[in-house]
Design a protein around this ligand. Structure first.
Ligand SMILES: [Zn+2]
Length: 106
């Protein structure tokens, strides 16, 4: 079964019964898409993803590196581990600290 989740991504080969899975449940994705690296497994189905962004400082005409780190929902059908690069997408809040889901392993 293929499901269009709104952006072009590789469909997971596995299936799952996670109620918050973008491919195998009805959760809708919307908003921003980021690419980052998994830095740790926080707990079951939750990982911590970090990426770098460059902030322009007009005063000095140079860029400063800033890191963004957020908690992301990891569905069972996309197997990931710390060090993996992933694409994440915004969704409705899944819990107090999570409103992003892993949609693809890069
Ligand atoms: Zn799934």
């Amino acid at each position: 079964m293929k499901k269009n989740i709104g952006i072009e991504v590789k469909q997971p080969e596995n299936t799952c019964d996670d109620i918050n899975c973008p491919f195998h449940s009805n959760i809708s994705l919307r908003g921003k898409v980021f690419e980052g690296t998994i830095v740790s497994n926080v707990f079951h189905k939750t990982v911590s993803v970090e990426w770098e962004r460059r902030l322009k400082i007009p005063k000095y005409e140079r860029y400063e590196k800033r890191r963004t780190k957020i908690r992301v929902h990891s569905t069972p059908c996309i197997e990931v581990k710390p060090g993996d690069k992933v694409k994440i997408m915004e969704c409705r809040p899944i819990s107090k600290t999570k409103n992003f889901i892993i949609v693809e392993k890069i």
